[in-house]
Unconditional design. Structure first.
Length: 465
């Protein structure tokens, strides 16, 4: 009998889950309701696809493990992604001041369009595994005796059923998993939503001549001043382009018109984003997205979770995209699935529950980071700061302040942000000592730019004038 595994969703989380299962199942089928593009093009099933995405080092390491023999980092760089060291390749204004750029690179992240990333991962998985992608929409799960046994599908040819020994829901933010499970008698999947009302506005520009090596630049929002958060980022992507993403929480939303978009960048706590793009050629209109709330499901807490079924990626948890954690969390969850399947076998008792609990641990740190900041915005819905939040925030702010002038504090912050270390890294004695000592250098009054970068910035301002 064929041991078939089925993955719902052909996005990043789905293709990585399929790769995780491909070495154990006889057949792995990925289902998606969209026609998938042949190249790195935007598709309807990615609501945040037109906005800035960063692939953190922890997520990239998980991808390397999931698709061995490909060299995912090299594959993405060859496709046009940019390699950005957190320690030296980022100009960032935090609520506690400008972060310095150090001689040591720290963890690296990759920057490219989401369309390129999804296409590159999909092609790598399909070329190096026996995974098959089919166009279909899931109507419901089928099952009996506490086990999911397959799916009922709607296809261009009509409705049909597909048997499966193992099913993964990686269908994204719009997953209907709660409804599907209710039909099987599982009615106690708890959900939580924390919504800061964030709106993303993104426009793509041609990188001006001479600015090709300008660092990733970000002005972060400040959640601690009792007013709506506003942020802006200039992200290098493939094709000699800058992706410029603005984000504002409820009451501080960025506008959709080009003039208002530029003015918003100039009105940020520092105008560097606006100064950069004032002399750059826009290549697209402004794209707006409002699907940005933090939403988490807790299947790991269900007393009687069905065998043969796991929820991963955005179907398990979505995060405010301003924090750049979602893709890495999806990759870490898929890697845990692969490790557990290889260790115990596809049909082993309790496999689904073990994977679900392991995936939840990958979610915890990113959820705490996103929600721990979003609760401070004045119009956030779904949560207010607790006594624990106040304590954690007091420490994290001191850490960030120390990181503006302490390499040891900065390195701890990079490691946790990039998901190469657990949050316990922040409580290591050496890190705590660095926090207590504070910044060892005076605060920067201006962005940490090299002489060449300052010259580029002045040149762009002259072009704009």
């Amino acid at each position: 009998m064929t041991r078939r595994a089925v993955v719902i969703g052909a996005g990043l989380a789905g293709m990585l889950a399929a790769a995780a299962l491909s070495g154990t199942a006889d057949e792995v089928v990925v289902l998606d309701r969209d026609d998938l593009p042949d190249g790195p093009d935007h598709r309807k099933g990615l609501p945040q696809g037109r906005h800035a995405h960063l692939l953190m080092a922890g997520g990239l390491a998980a991808m390397e493990d999931l698709v061995p023999g490909v060299g995912m980092r090299r594959h993405l760089l060859d496709a046009g992604a940019h390699d950005i060291p957190l320690g030296s390749g980022v100009v960032a204004l935090t609520p506690e001041g400008w972060l310095r750029r150090w001689r040591h690179d720290g963890p690296h992240m990759l920057a490219c369009s989401r369309a390129l990333l999804d296409w590159a991962v999909r092609t790598a998985v399909l070329e190096h595994t026996e995974v098959e992608v089919r166009r279909a929409q899931v109507v419901e799960l089928t099952g009996r005796d506490g086990r999911v046994t397959g799916l009922r599908l709607s296809t261009p040819q009509g409705e049909t059923e597909l048997d499966a020994e193992f099913v993964v829901d990686a269908s994204g933010r719009g997953s209907r998993v709660t409804h599907w499970l209710e039909r099987l008698g599982v009615t106690d999947v708890r959900e939580r939503t924390v919504d800061s009302g964030l709106v993303n506005a993104t426009r793509v520009y041609r990188v001006p001549e001479g600015a090709e090596r300008f660092p990733l630049t970000i002005v972060q929002a400040d959640p601690y001043v009792n007013r709506p958060g506003r942020s802006g980022m200039v992200l290098p992507i493939e094709g000699g382009r800058w992706m410029v993403s603005l984000a504002g929480t409820r009451g501080g939303e960025p506008p959709a018109d080009p003039e208002g978009f530029l003015q918003y960048t100039l009105d940020l706590p520092h105008p560097i984003v606006g100064r950069l793009i004032s002399g750059a050629e826009p290549l697209t209109d402004v794209h707006i997205s409002r699907s940005t709330s933090n939403v988490r499901r807790y299947p790991e807490k269900v007393p009687h979770w069905p065998e043969g079924f796991v929820v991963l990626g955005d179907a398990l948890a979505t995060f405010n995209p301003a924090y750049g954690q979602g893709m890495a969390v999806a990759a870490l969850g898929a890697r845990f699935l692969g490790d557990e399947v290889r260790r115990s076998g596809l049909g082993s008792a309790g496999l689904a529950r073990r994977v679900q609990r392991g995936a939840a641990r990958s979610v915890d740190a990113a959820w705490a980071m996103a929600v721990g900041q979003d609760v401070w915005y004045p119009h956030t819905r779904g949560a207010r700061p607790s006594a624990g939040d106040r304590l954690v925030t007091r420490y994290s702010r001191r850490l960030t302040r120390a990181a503006t002038g302490s390499y040891r504090a900065a390195a701890a912050l990079w490691d946790v942000t990039s998901l190469t270390a657990s949050p316990s890294r922040l409580l290591h004695p050496a890190t705590v000592l660095a926090v207590l000592n504070g910044s060892l250098l005076p605060p920067l009054q201006e962005p940490p730019l090299s002489a060449g970068e300052r010259k580029v910035l002045r040149g762009l301002e002259r072009v704009a004038v």
